[in-house]
Design a protein around this ligand. Structure first.
Ligand SMILES: [Fe+2]
Length: 210
């Protein structure tokens, strides 16, 4: 892996998150994107891509002092989370997003319509994973079964093939932040959200903060 100069971060942006970033602090988002491009150019195999992307997203998460600024700690008041676009290609591929979550807030079950790699940046988040157990024959109808759960903290990574259905929840009393990398921006994949109790599936677009 190449070495990059340590990014200069204005003191006013300090969030305290860098105090727990004990890994490499020399990995900024432009370098992450350059390395992502090499990986997706090397192979079209999703398993190989996820294996290559996983350590990069962990490294970027542990280098949060280089890109995490205070605006990312502001959530959209209507939904209780904040989605910040850090990068996407002109065709919406290679989307890098920072997502912040209010305490005791989260997002219901959803898919991404693309592969996803998520790493903890500030605080633990709980992911519950589901599978479809209906035959997908009825538009708008979906039955989900819970298949797993994982709480991931700073520097922990979850690599999700396309088709994975997680929900996310911040169980803590503080705002949490995670770093998300997708093969394509999730507002451009035609993905779905699910209500496991009502057994519904509907289109899912997230409000992206600027
Ligand atoms: Fe997600």
């Amino acid at each position: 892996m190449r070495e990059y100069p340590c990014p200069q971060v204005p003191a006013a942006w300090s969030t305290g998150a860098e105090e727990v970033s004990h890994g490499c602090r020399r990995y900024a988002i432009p370098q992450l994107v350059a390395d992502l491009k090499q990986i997706v150019a090397r192979s079209a195999d999703e398993h190989a891509i996820l294996a290559g992307v996983r350590p990069l997203v962990r490294r970027a998460a542990l280098s949060a002092a280089g890109w995490l600024d205070k605006r990312i700690y502001e959530v959209h008041p209507d939904v209780g989370y904040g989605v910040y676009l850090l990068h996407e290609e002109p065709d919406h591929t290679l989307a890098v997003l920072a997502v912040s979550w209010l305490p005791q807030h989260g997002i219901q079950a959803h898919d991404h319509g693309t592969w996803a790699v998520v790493a903890g940046v500030d605080g633990p988040e709980r992911n519950v994973f589901y599978e479809r157990i209906d035959d997908r024959s009825r538009p708008g109808y979906a039955e989900l079964g819970k298949i797993g759960e994982k709480v991931f903290g700073v520097g922990d990574v979850i690599a999700m093939p396309a088709g994975t259905i997680p929900s996310v929840w911040n169980d803590t009393d503080a705002l949490t932040v995670s770093l998300h990398v997708y093969d394509k921006h999730i507002d451009h994949t035609g993905r779905s959200q699910f209500d496991p109790d009502a057994r519904t599936e509907s289109p899912f677009i997230v409000p992206v903060m600027s």
